[in-house]
Design a protein around this ligand. Structure first.
Ligand code: LRH
Ligand code: MN
Length: 430
């Protein structure tokens, strides 16, 4: 596997940090031992944890107002994959990349697969895009895509999704994520039922094109780009459509796609119970679909989501196989640093959830001992599991201090020389 950061630099950095890490690790190990928890077993589970990186997150993101590109912006999927390999070399829990078409479309997908293989990367769910018009596109998506009142436009959107499946098959992916921005901006603009009936007809055509081992991830979102109604606006409509389409259709939860204060962990529990949880687009938000770094504002909510996920694993919940992916927009940070940080934050939520004393929790729940049940969860959340995360990284060949080692490598400055800026800033998410 080709690595782009000098491995002796990583080893050097780790060597200087290892004594302190070992001390912290042993201290935490002794503490966990008192609760009958073997830190080694937890570290092994942490070392197996994986979360996929969004290809579109490796470039600087923006808003409708502006995008302020940084230096060494990746200009194509090959350079995006190079940046993803640097992220994985440092944190060793991001082996897969989720591509987005046509942003990542190439003429030779076998070549792209080979390029990723050389970097030790694979592909998670592929994403279609019928929320933008492409140059030379025959039918516009201005008034919708899979739900457009014009049959030719719907057919065009269906054909694009089926093409994404074909490209994904060559890349070794086994899932298609379908997020559509279809909706309305005025009361009366759309007939809600007929619009959803058109969605189901189109989605059924996409569903029927899925290979046997593939899944279709339906992603709901409350609003934007439509601001009065959105066809797949919440988990309710999402799961109804997934049930209507069939076993291979599941509901994907993007954390930023809910109204503030919605109990997302409960939605997750519902989707787990009905074997319809596709997986996640992890990020954080304060107001709308802000696509901020995962765990940067609501780490407790993210922990509570993983508490539901680990509980399902603990109970061997049938049909439980969620895909973990990040979906963020890095407007003011180096995207590589934000993605390394966010991968670690998601892994941190998982490890803290592993440390919940589930049998004690069940006891307190059954006896309605609310305070002890809440404290049992909080006890795990309040543990500093950083030594476990760092030890898992170093054992997987990664960096004890990813950002410090990445900065020491000078990778971004070198990318700035190799990838002259296009000078184009513009606006929009990518
Ligand atoms: C929609 C979304 C979707 C992607 C896009 C980049 O807001 O979350 O998952 O296609 O962001
Ligand atoms: Mn998303």
């Amino acid at each position: 596997m080709k690595t782009l950061i000098n491995e002796s630099l990583v080893a050097e950095q780790n060597q200087s940090l290892m004594p302190a890490l070992q001390e912290d690790y042993d201290h935490l190990g002794a503490k966990l031992q008192r609760s009958g928890i073997d830190i080694e077993a937890v570290t092994q589970q942490a070392a197996k944890f994986q979360v996929a990186v969004p290809s579109w997150g490796t470039g600087t993101g923006g808003t409708r107002f502006a995008r302020f590109p940084g230096i060494g912006e990746p200009r194509n999927i090959f350079e995006k994959l190079e940046d993803c390999s640097v992220i994985n070399q440092m944190v060793r829990c991001t082996e897969k990349v989720s591509p987005h078409f046509p942003w990542d479309k190439v003429s030779d997908f076998t070549e792209l697969k080979g390029f990723a293989d050389d970097l030790g990367l694979g592909f998670d769910a592929v994403n279609s895009n019928t929320f933008q018009d492409q140059p030379g596109q025959e039918h516009s998506y201005k008034y919708g895509s899979l739900t457009n009142t014009c049959p030719q436009t719907r057919e065009q959107a269906v054909a694009h999704n089926i093409e994404c499946i074909e490209w994904g098959k060559t890349l070794g992916s086994t899932a298609l994520t379908v997020w559509i921005g279809d909706g309305s901006n005025f009361a009366g603009q759309s007939h809600f039922q007929r619009q959803l009936e058109r969605y189901l007809d189109s989605a059924k055509e996409v569903y029927n094109a899925l290979p046997d081992d593939w899944s279709m991830f339906i992603e709901h979102k409350m609003f934007e780009p439509a601001f009065y109604s959105t066809v797949i606006q919440d988990w309710g409509t999402n799961v109804l459509c997934a049930m209507e389409l069939g076993e291979k259709a599941k509901s994907l939860v993007d954390l930023g796609h809910h109204a503030p204060n919605v109990n997302i962990e409960m939605i997750v529990s519902r989707l787990i119970q009905f074997q319809k949880l596709a997986g996640f687009h992890f990020n954080d938000s304060k107001y709308g679909d802000d696509d901020l770094d995962s765990g940067s504002l609501h780490p407790f909510q993210q922990f509570l989501i993983f508490n539901e996920l680990v509980d399902a694993e603990h109970r061997n919940q049938p049909g439980f196989n969620p895909a973990y992916m990040l979906d963020q927009s890095h407007n003011v940070t180096d995207p590589i640093e934000s993605l390394m940080n966010s991968a670690e934050e998601v892994q941190r939520s998982y490890v803290k959830a592993l440390l919940v004393d589930r049998d004690a929790l069940y006891g307190f729940q059954d006896s309605n001992d609310a305070i002890m049940a809440a404290n049992t969860l909080k006890a795990a959340f309040n543990l500093d599991v950083a030594p476990i995360l760092a030890m898992a990284r170093v054992r997987n060949g990664g960096a004890i201090a990813p950002i410090a080692t990445y900065r020491e490598s000078g990778y971004r400055a070198a990318a700035g020389v190799k990838r002259p800026s296009s000078g184009h800033s513009g606006s929009g998410i990518v």
